[in-house]
Design a protein around this ligand. Structure first.
Ligand code: XBP
Ligand code: MG
Length: 236
């Protein structure tokens, strides 16, 4: 019996990566005097690593061999990431990032059908709350029974840990839930926790391997904007 919907955030609730997180990282680099530039294609490659702090660390390892990191690398990354979060939240507060089509409709339908709502994301909690507040108002934070975000579990997606965490806090088992994701990493995380998953593809994820998804859709759709089935895939 379906009891809850569990939403991913980045790419699923809103198309946040290319014109949200990416420019926020670049603004933080400038503010901290770094001449790094995460272009659209480079950011696509960096997205293989989930989580902003983890992504910065990966960039240093794989793309910035000439950069001499400060002695306290963790603190440097933490400060840089906090600066990036400030820029990202400011962007949200300016109304810069709308929800994807059909997201609000599905949330409203689920609420009136008595389903529980939850979130499972690698993004920082601040970002999730700001996205909801900016688009749906303060009260919308209470629509979600559980918001599992960021560093609450040490292993980020594609590890299933964040989904296990959310299931535990919901007091539900995987078969009571459907997850909505946009990326192969997210799908690996939700399927790793045994949850039936619907994909809505986003800008950076159209080429991803979505085997194991119950359905792969362009978006959640609106009545005037029917969502095309990108790839029909039976649940595994
Ligand atoms: C997507 C991510 C996030 C964001 C940045 O996560 O990988 O890391 O790019 O957010 P999901 P932070 O699709 O699971 O929401 O900088 O706050 O980590
Ligand atoms: Mg995502």
């Amino acid at each position: 019996d379906l009891k809850a919907l569990i939403f991913d955030v980045d790419g699923t609730l809103a198309d946040t990566e290319r014109d949200g997180h990416r420019p926020a990282f670049n603004a933080a680099f400038r503010e901290m005097g770094l001449d790094w530039d995460w272009t659209v294609p480079l950011y696509g490659r960096l997205l293989q690593v989930a989580g902003g702090k983890e992504r910065i660390r990966h960039y240093l390892d794989a793309f910035a061999p000439e950069f001499t990191p400060p002695a306290d690398l963790d603190r440097f990354i933490g400060d840089l990431h906090a600066c990036k979060t400030r820029h990202f939240v400011a962007m949200l507060e300016r109304g810069g990032i709308p929800l994807r089509p059909g997201v609000l409709r599905l949330i409203e339908e689920a609420r009136s059908a008595g389903l529980l709502l939850a979130i499972a994301t690698t993004t920082s909690l601040t970002n999730v709350e700001s996205l909801l507040r900016a688009n749906l108002g303060e009260a919308s934070l209470d629509w979600f029974r559980v918001i599992g975000a960021g560093d609450v579990v040490p292993a980020k997606k594609p590890a299933p840990d964040i989904y296990h965490h959310v299931l535990e806090r919901l007091g539900l088992s995987a078969r009571d839930c459907v997850a909505i994701e946009d990326s192969a990493q997210g799908l690996r995380a939700s399927r790793g926790a045994g949850i039936v998953t619907v994909i809505t593809v986003s800008g950076y994820t159209v080429e991803d391997d979505f085997s194991g998804a119950a359905a792969v859709l362009e978006h959640l759709g609106e009545p005037e904007m029917p969502g095309r089935v990108v790839r029909g895939q039976g649940p595994k």
